[in-house]
Design a protein around this ligand. Structure first.
Ligand code: SF4
Length: 288
């Protein structure tokens, strides 16, 4: 049985020392091993940005896609081979700006994949511009007088789009993050985890200390019920989205794969796809 070390490869990550993305990589590797997966049963698909490098740092199937497009690729991989565990990854610029349309529709489609966003509230790879997650008033090279745009609330958006699994974590809490990724892998449908992942080089406001001071763990409320969608939305609105833990899960809704009539249990890649001469002739005859 594979251990988390089997999900390591020889490539040394070139993230800045202290970047939150290191812990997210480790959490995915640990969760995959804890879930009983072998490297050939996992596919990690990424977009563009510092976060996008993660698919190259995990020993599994990987695909480094284009900006904002990790989800269309990940959904295609899953539909072609439903036997694979598919994890799509991206940053807040990747998934909540150029890729936001894909994010919303992937959520409402409910294909059985996991989406992990490394939310550092800035564009890191392009050296520090305001992202949809930056706070109002945030000063960067692209907003030298402070951002005037409203900060996007991805978890509220996910809930309103019909998400069946919504969670949030902090990259320095690797224990909680690993457990949430394991739950997400287990969930039969689309699971969305937003992870506060500090960019130590360009974001000097939302630092590790800032998150530690502002995060509200849901574990501090023993009465919190993650199956209550209205309570989940209320909690997010009341805390400005700063809660961590499993925020919402609907275990009753079927995944896309299990809802589409005729979508077979046997993975498409294992199905006999060749066309007999007779079948081909019959198809052609229909157009005569
Ligand atoms: Fe991480 Fe920021 Fe460095 Fe990118 S620029 S690797 S997000 S610390």
């Amino acid at each position: 049985m594979a251990t988390f070390k089997d999900f390591r490869n020889q490539i040394k990550p070139n993230w800045c020392p202290g970047c939150g993305d290191f812990s997210i990589q480790a959490a995915i590797q640990r969760a995959a091993a804890n879930s009983g997966l072998e490297p050939e049963q996992l596919a990690v698909i990424s977009g563009i940005g510092c976060s996008g490098r993660i698919s190259g740092y995990i020993h599994a199937y990987g695909f480094h896609g284009i900006h904002g497009r990790s989800l269309p690729i990940a959904q295609g991989v899953k539909l072609a081979n439903r036997d694979l565990t598919v994890i799509a990854t991206g940053g807040d610029g990747d998934g909540f700006a150029i890729g936001l349309g894909h994010t919303i529709h992937a959520i409402r489609r409910n294909i059985n994949i996991t989406y992990i966003v490394m939310d550092n509230q800035i564009y890191g790879l392009t050296k520090g511009q305001t992202s949809p997650r930056s706070a109002e008033g945030f000063v960067t090279k692209s907003t030298p007088q402070g951002s005037v745009e409203t900060t996007l609330s991805p978890l509220e958006l996910a809930l309103s789009a019909g998400a069946t699994f919504v969670a949030q974590s902090f990259s320095s809490d690797i224990k909680e993050l690993t457990a949430l990724v394991e739950e997400a892998i287990k969930h039969e449908g689309f699971s969305f985890i937003n992870v506060f992942s500090p960019c130590v080089t360009f974001n000097k406001v939302n630092t590790y200390e800032w998150f530690k001071d502002n995060i509200i763990p849901l574990s501090s409320n023993p009465d919190y019920d993650p199956s209550d969608r209205i309570a989940a939305m209320t909690t997010l609105m009341e805390t400005s989205g700063m809660v961590t833990g499993l925020i919402y899960q609907d275990k009753t809704k079927k995944s896309y794969e299990d809802s589409v009539p005729g979508f077979r249990k046997e993975a498409l890649v294992r199905q006999e796809m060749s066309l007999s001469r007779e079948h081909f002739d019959n198809l052609v005859a229909e157009f005569k």
